[in-house]
Design a protein around this ligand. Structure first.
Ligand SMILES: Nc1ncnc2c1ncn2[C@@H]1O[C@H](COP(=O)(O)OP(=O)(O)OP(=O)(O)O)[C@@H](O)[C@H]1O
Length: 241
């Protein structure tokens, strides 16, 4: 099977700091991959490089067999890479419905067909549990629901790769359970790359886990293997003897 995504020697400097340092990474289709690591390890920078929000200092990104390193973010979205980054894309003054209508319109050949837009918007809102809040201004939703709204906007793009950056932040425990169900369902039709600090969520969801530390991949493996990895315990989990 061909990988959906690979990076080769991917690096990004900020001044003298190597936030992402020569990362070789492979993601297979329909995987749920969690990316974990201490604060400042380079996780957000890494997924920002994959989505095209920032450009690499060096290295290469291949998506579905094609070199996308030089492509702008909006072209990558069109090719099937959707991302949600900590409420950067939600318009506070628009309703939840209208926020999701924007990406739905982009996926329809006739984006002005009201019925098709409505069906697409409501499907995404229902999947994320926000259907009964469709007509609330996004800015009036709780922080956790704004995170879910971002997921709905990502889903509306019908992505092949959905990148989620700390999606459970601000969600209540009951909402986290729904979120886990949602991600499993999303994984039926898309590959999921998930930055997540909530370890129970990571352990329940991930097929494989990639551990970042100081810009590099420290370890990679199944949840069981990562839990037992002594270097990971020392660097991140803080549970080494
Ligand atoms: N635009 C920027 N300019 C300068 N330094 C940056 C910039 N973005 C990130 N950094 C630095 O790069 C390093 C990696 O940051 P990044 O946000 O990728 O880490 P992270 O693993 O996602 O951390 P967190 O878990 O706290 O979100 C940090 O030292 C951070 O301060």
């Amino acid at each position: 099977m061909m990988p959906l995504l690979t990076t080769k020697g991917l690096s990004r400097n900020f001044g003298g700091l190597r936030a992402v340092d020569s990362v070789d990474f492979t993601l297979m289709p329909s995987e749920i991959r969690a990316v974990i690591g201490p604060n400042g390890a380079g996780k957000t920078t890494f997924v920002s490089l994959v989505s095209g929000c920032i450009q690499p200092s060096s290295g290469m990104i291949v998506f579905d067999g094609a070199d996308i390193t030089g492509l702008p973010a909006y072209v990558r979205v069109r090719q099937g890479i959707a991302y949600t980054f900590q409420i950067t894309s939600v318009f506070a003054n628009l309703t939840a419905y209208d926020n999701v209508a924007l990406p739905v319109q982009r996926t329809l050949s006739d984006g002005r067909s009201k019925g098709a837009v409505r069906a697409g918007v409501m499907a995404a809102l229902e999947r994320t549990g926000l259907a009964d809040r469709a007509h609330m201004p996004a800015g009036q939703l709780s922080y956790g629901h704004q995170r879910l709204l971002e997921v709905a906007m990502g889903l509306a793009l019908k992505p092949r790769l959905l990148i989620l950056d700390e999606p459970t932040q601000g969600l209540a425990d009951s909402e986290i359970d729904n979120f886990i169900t949602l991600v499993r369902e999303i994984a039926g039709s898309a590959t999921v790359l998930l930055i997540e600090h909530n370890m129970p969520v990571v352990m329940q969801l991930a097929d494989r886990i990639t551990v970042f530390n100081a810009g590099k991949i420290l370890a990679e493996g199944t949840p069981e293997a990562i839990r037992e990895n002594v270097a990971v315990q020392e660097a991140y989990l803080g549970t080494a003897p």
